[in-house]
Write a protein that binds this ligand. Structure first.
Ligand code: IMP
Length: 180
């Protein structure tokens, strides 16, 4: 992929390289394989953004597991609206299960906080969170992020599944917005 990327009215510069992301994803998978061995976890992938991260991570998870998908959304453009909607629900019984929620990026954490509340009502044994990116300066929630690839500044990024108004998901590298 080129070093710069123009998507609609915004310019982006290459920020995190595919190979460095893969190294981190492999480390996470190794930890998960050790930590959750024998627990047959259920991975819940948060669509759309987590599809590439989840795919890369789960190819390296070698323990027995199940995979499910939900679709949540709280973003329009480059600002979090704070309004969380669960669009596609979860139809599995998760009572007593070990759950790992796979998210692309945790910004304020509002999206995940609300979803984790919904999951806890269903009485899983435990709920863990795996995220590719975290913006610590924007994070205003309290849940722990058990498996994290990178902490990044509070700036808008695209690529590796993340989009700007629908564009920019199709890259193995992550790009950061150029503020003008
Ligand atoms: P939160 O509720 O503020 O934590 O926002 C989480 C969701 O917002 C993520 O799952 C993404 O879909 C989206 N999001 C947050 N930051 C970015 C970004 O920098 N680029 C693209 N999407 C983002």
């Amino acid at each position: 992929m080129p070093d710069t990327w123009k998507l609609k009215d915004k310019n982006f510069n290459k920020y995190l390289l595919d190979k460095d992301i893969q190294t981190k994803v492999s480390e996470l998978a190794t930890r998960i394989n050790i930590d959750l061995d024998g627990q047959t976890p259920l991975f819940i992938v948060v669509l759309n953004g987590a599809f590439i991260f989840a795919s890369d991570l789960l190819k390296k998870v070698t323990i027995d597991c199940e995979i499910a998908f939900v679709k949540l959304s709280s973003y329009q453009g480059t600002q979090s609206s704070g309004v969380v909607q669960q669009i596609i629900g979860l139809d599995l019984d998760i009572k007593g299960r070990t759950i790992v929620v796979i998210e692309d990026i945790v910004d304020t954490g509002l999206t995940l906080d609300r979803f984790l509340e919904t999951l806890r009502v269903m009485e899983p044994a435990k709920v863990l969170v795996a995220a590719c990116l975290l913006k610590p300066d924007a994070f205003s929630s309290k849940f722990p992020i058990d498996y994290l690839c990178f902490s990044i500044p509070n700036e808008f990024v695209v690529g590796y599944g993340l989009d700007y108004d629908g564009l920019g998901r199709n890259s193995g590298d992550i790009y950061k917005i150029v503020e003008e």
